[in-house]
Design a protein around this ligand. Structure first.
Ligand SMILES: Nc1nc2c(c(=O)[nH]1)N=C([C@H](O)[C@@H](O)CO)CN2
Length: 118
């Protein structure tokens, strides 16, 4: 299995458990590692045979912008669910970094790995 990745996709979203976090969007950065066999697309040099990372980035940005979850765990879980439901991919790793959450840390968040159920 190969991997198509997107690094540090920045999206502004309502996220957090505290009242002040519900008032305005915060920037999160999303890393995606998506399992996909790329050999056929490479052989034909054809974007139609691969996973279009622009389509993935656009959909994830749309979903996350509209989301209003409290936990980064929920945002990661639901992002993985959208990818597995809407794209023909068997597995995804989703990492959410919320850099504004802890002043004493460069970033905090979660990384999950999910596979399509058989
Ligand atoms: N495991 C988690 N811990 C915390 C989260 C979270 O989403 N997952 N969120 C918060 C607050 O929203 C925080 O980001 C505010 O600084 C605290 N702990």
């Amino acid at each position: 299995m190969d991997t198509i990745f997107i690094e540090q996709l920045g999206v502004d979203t309502i996220i957090g458990v505290y009242d002040w976090e519900r008032a305005s969007p915060q920037r999160v950065y999303i890393d995606l590692d998506i399992g996909f066999y790329t050999r056929d697309a490479a052989a034909d040099d054809d974007v139609a045979q691969t996973l279009d990372y622009k389509a993935v980035a656009d959909r994830v940005a749309e979903f996350v912008t509209a989301a209003q979850f409290k936990l980064v765990e929920t945002l990661a879980e639901e992002t993985a669910r959208v990818l597995l439901a809407e794209f023909d991919v068997p597995q995804v790793a989703v990492r959410i970094n919320k850099p504004g959450a802890l002043p004493q840390a460069a970033g905090v968040g979660v990384r999950i790995f999910r596979q399509r159920e058989a």
